[in-house]
Design a protein around this ligand. Structure first.
Ligand code: UDP
Length: 208
């Protein structure tokens, strides 16, 4: 199946390659649109989510988060727990599509296709450190900007403007689930980046 439902959450059953291609193709955002001139609003930022078994647990009890996942453009099956739970329900997960494995592969493609990343989240300095490591590992990769995940609510307009003016095509938000995913859903209509993804504690991992 290309999609299935597990504990009230729809999963898009993709291989890692298919998942990365969907991120990259959305980020390229180049599909000609005959209605372009008629539209009053620009293309909406698409939201992609990683869902592990902890996330499923949270979503089961937490309506706003479940709603976020329901309206997300893609929901990836993250981790072996999801594979096991799905198997018990009669579904075969095609791949373990997690952020840790995806990021280096995504950076490789982003570097080649000139798709700048914006890193939002984690403690002050961590996103920049992760950015430096990623650029060193993937020559040609462009990091359009970084911002820690502990800014004041009053700074939200400034942060969104910075992201929108950065030229980023892919926004990674590392504030932990479900905060990051609900954050993207809340500000999606104001974000002009073609893709935004919640990536949990990924910047901490890559900054080390
Ligand atoms: N974080 C943040 N802002 C907050 C709370 C957390 O940027 O208000 C960051 C935190 O510094 C860490 C990440 O979010 O980098 C959460 O990582 P965790 O491992 O808890 O997330 P998970 O991978 O379990 O979703």
């Amino acid at each position: 199946e290309n999609k299935f439902e597990i504990f009230k959450v729809r999963i898009d059953n993709l291989t890692m390659t298919q998942a990365i291609n969907s991120v990259v193709n959305t980020a390229k955002d180049k599909q000609p649109n005959i209605f372009e001139g008629l539209r009053s609003t620009p293309n909406q930022c698409q939201q992609f989510c990683f869902v592990n078994t902890d996330c499923l647990n949270t979503a089961y009890k937490d309506d706003p988060y479940r709603q976020t996942l329901a309206q997300a453009n893609k929901v990836f099956a993250d981790g072996s727990g999801i594979r096991l739970a799905s198997k018990l329900l009669g579904f075969t997960v095609k791949d373990n599509v997690n952020g840790t494995d995806m990021l280096p592969l995504l950076c490789q493609k982003a570097a080649k296709q000139q798709l700048p990343l914006f890193l939002l989240g984690a403690k002050p300095g961590v996103a920049q450190q992760a950015a430096n490591k990623l650029v060193a590992a993937h020559p040609g990769l462009e990091i359009a900007g970084t911002q820690d995940g502990y800014f004041d609510e009053a700074k939200i307009d400034e942060v969104i403007t910075t992201i929108n003016q950065s030229g980023a095509k892919i926004l990674l938000v590392a504030m932990g689930a479900p905060v990051q995913d609900n954050w993207i859903a809340k500000y999606q209509h104001r974000l002009q980046v073609p893709v935004a993804m919640g990536v949990g504690g990924l910047f901490d991992f890559y900054a080390e």
